[in-house]
Design a protein around this ligand. Sequence first.
Ligand code: ATP
Ligand code: MG
Length: 428
Amino acid sequence: MEHAIADLGVQVEKKRDDLDEFFDEFINSKPIFNDKSVLQSNYNPDKIQHREDYIKDIAKILAPALRKERPSNLFIYGKTGTGKTTCINHVLNKISNIAHTREIPLEVISINCKLKKVADTEYRIILEILKQLGREMPSTGISTNELYKELYDAIEQKKRTVLLVLDEIDSLIKKAGDEILYNLTRINPELKQAEISIVGITNDLTVMDTVDARVKSSLNEEELVFLPYNAVQIQDILGDRAIMAFHSEVLDEEVIPRCSAYAAREHGDARRALELLRFAGEIAEREGSDKVLPGHIDTADKKTERNRIIDVIKSQPKQFQLVNYAIIKTSMKEKHNLVTSKKTQIIEPTTTGAVYDYYNKVAKELGIVTLSLRRISDIIIELEVLGLINFKIVSKGRYGRTRFISVGLPKTLYKEVLDILREDLSIS
Ligand SMILES: Nc1ncnc2c1ncn2[C@@H]1O[C@H](COP(=O)(O)OP(=O)(O)OP(=O)(O)O)[C@@H](O)[C@H]1O
Ligand SMILES: [Mg+2]
């Protein structure tokens, strides 16, 4: 028995040695990060760069609320990571503070519709609005009609302006339909003393196409489009954060320019740039390097890009996967070299017509319902929004213009993506 314990002691000590060494090395190495949290996407920057004009535009549109007048409804569109949420939150904070100190009756209700259990259904979102207006309601047992009456009553309680901000509104429409927006935009004319304005924000315009035209025009009383950042602007944004995030002299001077160039490659996405920088820092740390080098950005880029693409492709509905498959397959051509008589595979842009024919053929073989050309065109647009494909319009002189579709995947991922699609679609 004593012997066994002694043995165990030796073993434990041996294991501790290995781990000890690892942890010792970790503690003794120069730390890379000073404060990693400033690179996280929920961090609210003190300084918002290159968005002065948009911030002013939003402020001008919402300012009437401070004079107890109803601001126009506002619709904000822009690709992901272009600073929409950051800018609106900044203006909302300012306007709420001013209203508070000057005792102006303004109520800001801000909802991220992507959050689960908040905006999954019409019922849930009204509950959330009521909650933010200070009325907790039971989560079941009341009819939707009654809930709307309660909402009307809660808003109308006193003379005030209510700003209802629905961020990621596409998510709400996808989950709950456009009925809720129809009803919300209809509340205002009914109100006697209070007023409500709606701010809708999205990075997905294709969903807005499914919305009732009256609702759309009512939400669009004012519209702002956030353009993507360019690489230089992203450098400025990263520079500010990097000073706080990393210890001094840890970043090689090429790191931020490279990170910005990568993030601006598809469209200037500040979130992706920050993620890339954080990930590169983590890779450097794990390697025991005391500096973040451009090569760490390259590794981070490959890993995040691959993960993002694979995640998106795997989570798509079958019809999307099949259209994607058809795009890749119709883009792959064999080129015959007449001299060497060797065949090589090349990738060329394809067209909607070719994709549709191929899609139809495979869908029939697989026994999947075939969708109309119109619907396939919509799916193709959605694939572009996701960054999986790119469009190129080519002018054909007097024959008009043709839209070409090219695959947006890195070459190294073609095989892996095709394998995933084949497996998910059961294509042999
Ligand atoms: N101009 C800026 N200055 C500083 N940080 C910024 C700026 N723009 C964006 N960011 C940062 O980039 C990240 C993404 O920005 P934000 O969430 O505002 O994008 P978004 O347009 O709302 O994207 P999505 O459509 O995906 O919701 C955030 O972490 C934010 O702090
Ligand atoms: Mg956002």
